[in-house]
Design a protein around this ligand. Structure first.
Ligand code: ARG
Length: 592
């Protein structure tokens, strides 16, 4: 099917034509969605601006234009209003046609983009440390952006980019030696094969890290040992490599389970360690361009630019002992990504407090041509998830909240809500509460602009009413249930109507108008990588649907053709909502 023009563009074309026919410039024919929906659906304010150029009263210009549009087939109820607004509606027949065309397109009328290759770096979990709520946002936002870009037709590679190479590895190794000195990994004379089985479980591992990290802060000697172990590991000492491999395997298995529960997945499970072998090449590139210089015992690249209004410190690429740093690893990773994927765009979904780091890394990468000149490097920095006290979200005891526990709490809240109604078995309620709980968490997060901090409020997020994930799911479930009832009657809507008919009342039209905005909304969502715009759109669609539902007798409608049209409208509404929640990264149950 042909690309579907957006409604606003179609309307603007009609207005531009009318302005030109009346002797005015076409640029005045811009239209927008009405800010007085009680008066009209759309408006054009061009006559006000044109008045200045043509030295005429705006209402006269508006009247001229309105006269040209009175018999227009796309536009309805057009009128000039003092001092010069033009108010109008979209024709009911036209919007029905439009959404019928939408339903025939597999992308619901979204314009196809030129395919780009995008690497998206999100998740960012650190091996051997439990996933905590700080990682939640990266996973939730990154997953949604990954899905949005795929939907838009791009080739997308999601990479978890594990933190698997730093001091935390040395800390764990050091603590393991304290606890289990008898292990072969600590016997320097050992020359045999290392065991296949890891010498610890995930729960041990998760306890070891905080313990070791605590000790290193108090005990200089301990910290020195951990630093040495880290260096030995990075230099390839076989025993430590073998241990490290165990740590990764045990940890990744657990991470996969946790991300799985969040409906989050990665195409690549690479980490900082994978960038290690690209470091020499990266350093060569910097040297060849003579960008590296010594500063206070470290090798740095200056990244300040003339237009900077605040200080951007030099990017430290190597410490005096040659050890790699966070920036070293991110720069080497860009070398690797270019070799592997030759990306047009690399996106990083990371806590916004890391913005300076990425500014420095991006500037070095561009200056040194580590990436192509036109490679788009984008940092999507997200804000903090706070508790009701406005401080970073914690457990009731004030500790770091583990993601697993957070999800459990949310599911419990939803479960209790479902059981209040007691319409399903306990078992079904348990299953359903997981699906709904995930929508509560994800929608609660994604409905905020990513860069903003937000308050995590289980009560509000899991409510079945208001601007929440469960409310959207409730709407979909309601549609599913009507469609199921209709199916039971044995009638097939397709046998009765070719498509959705012109709306019979205002709430039916209201729903159609919301649906018709899909491609416009999605174009912005893709351009701005803004899942929160999906949320506000599906909230509007859901409200429009529920209004329609309350105003309309669907199952008891006697005009079977009209009823069949309702059913087709329901099917399309469901498709729009399901497409959108899929892009947000959750799904709807059949009942709730
Ligand atoms: N592991 C890091 C953290 O927990 C996040 C990694 C983000 N990605 C990157 N390429 N630096 O803070």
């Amino acid at each position: 099917m042909d690309i579907m023009k957006k409604i606003l563009d179609i309307l603007a074309d009609e207005f531009k034509k009318a302005f030109v026919e009346c002797g005015y410039e076409e640029k005045y024919g811009m239209v927008s969605i009405s800010n007085r929906p009680d008066l009209c659906e759309y408006q054009c304010n061009g006559a006000m601006a044109a008045a200045k150029q043509y030295k005429k009263a705006p209402i006269m210009i508006a009247n001229d234009v309105v006269a040209k549009l009175e018999s227009n087939k796309i536009i309805e109820n057009v009128s000039a209003v003092n001092p010069g607004f033009i108010n109008f509606n979209l024709s009911s027949a036209y919007v029905a046609d439009y959404i019928n065309n939408m339903s025939k397109d597999d992308k619901l009328g979204l314009e196809k983009n030129e395919e780009k290759t995008v690497v998206i770096d999100f998740g960012g979990a650190n091996v051997a440390k439990p996933l905590h709520v700080g990682h939640l946002r990266s996973a939730v936002i990154g997953e949604s952006i990954k899905r949005i870009l795929k939907y838009a037709g791009h080739k997308v590679v999601g990479d978890v980019h594990l933190g698997d190479w730093g001091l935390q590895m040395g800390l764990i190794i050091t603590e393991l030696e304290v606890r289990k000195p008898e292990l072969v990994y600590f016997d320097e004379k050992y020359e045999g094969e290392y065991p296949k089985e890891a010498p610890f479980t995930i729960s041990e591992l998760e306890e070891i890290y905080p313990c070791a990290s605590g000790k290193s802060k108090e005990d200089e000697e301990y910290k020195k040992k951990a630093l040495e172990a880290t260096l030995k590991l990075q230099q390839g000492y076989p025993a430590y490599r073998a241990l490290w491999k165990h740590i990764i395997d045990v940890s990744v298995e657990d991470l996969k389970k946790n991300y799985g529960n969040l409906n989050v997945s990665f195409d690549l499970w690479k980490g900082e360690s994978d960038a290690d072998e690209y470091i020499p090449e990266m350093i060569d590139i910097l040297n060849a361009k003579e960008l590296l210089h010594e500063s206070q015992g470290a090798m740095v690249v200056d990244v300040m630019e003339e237009t900077d209004t605040k200080e951007i410190p030099p990017c430290i690429v190597q410490k005096s002992d040659g050890a790699a740093l966070y920036a070293t690893s991110d720069l080497a990773t860009l070398v690797q990504r270019r070799k592997d994927f030759d990306p047009d765009m690399v996106l990083y979904v990371v806590d916004k407090r890391q913005e300076m780091h990425f500014t420095q890394v991006f500037r070095v990468a561009k200056k040194a041509d580590i990436v192509k000149e036109d490679t788009n490097l984008t940092f999507i920095g997200f804000g903090t998830m706070n508790g009701k006290d406005g401080k970073p979200f914690k457990t009731r005891e004030g500790g770091v909240m583990r993601l697993e526990h957070l999800l459990k709490d949310v599911n419990e809240a939803v479960y209790n809500k479902i059981m209040e109604n007691r319409s399903v078995s306990e078992e079904e309620a348990r299953e359903t509460s997981k699906i709904i709980g995930l929508s509560a968490v994800k929608y609660g997060d994604l409905s905020n602009q990513a860069s903003k901090d937000y308050v995590f409020d289980i009560e509000r997020f899991s409510s079945f009413e208001g601007n929440t994930g469960p409310y959207i799911l409730y709407t979909i479930v309601r549609i599913k249930s009507i469609l199921a009832k209709y199916k039971e009657t044995g009638t097939k809507a397709d046998d009765l109507v070719d498509g959705i008919l012109s709306a019979g009342n205002s709430s039916e039209k209201g729903l159609m108008l919301e649906i018709s905005k899909f491609n416009d909304v999605m174009e912005n969502v893709v351009k701005e990588l803004a899942p929160h715009k999906i949320c506000s759109y599906i909230y509007d669609v859901s409200n429009a649907f529920n209004k329609f539902y309350h105003d309309t007798k669907i199952m008891s409608e006697e005009d079977k053709v009209r009823q069949a049209s309702y059913i087709k409208l329901l099917e399309l509404t469901k498709r729009v909502l399901e497409t959108e929640i899929e892009l947000l990264g959750f799904e709807a149950p059949d009942r709730m």
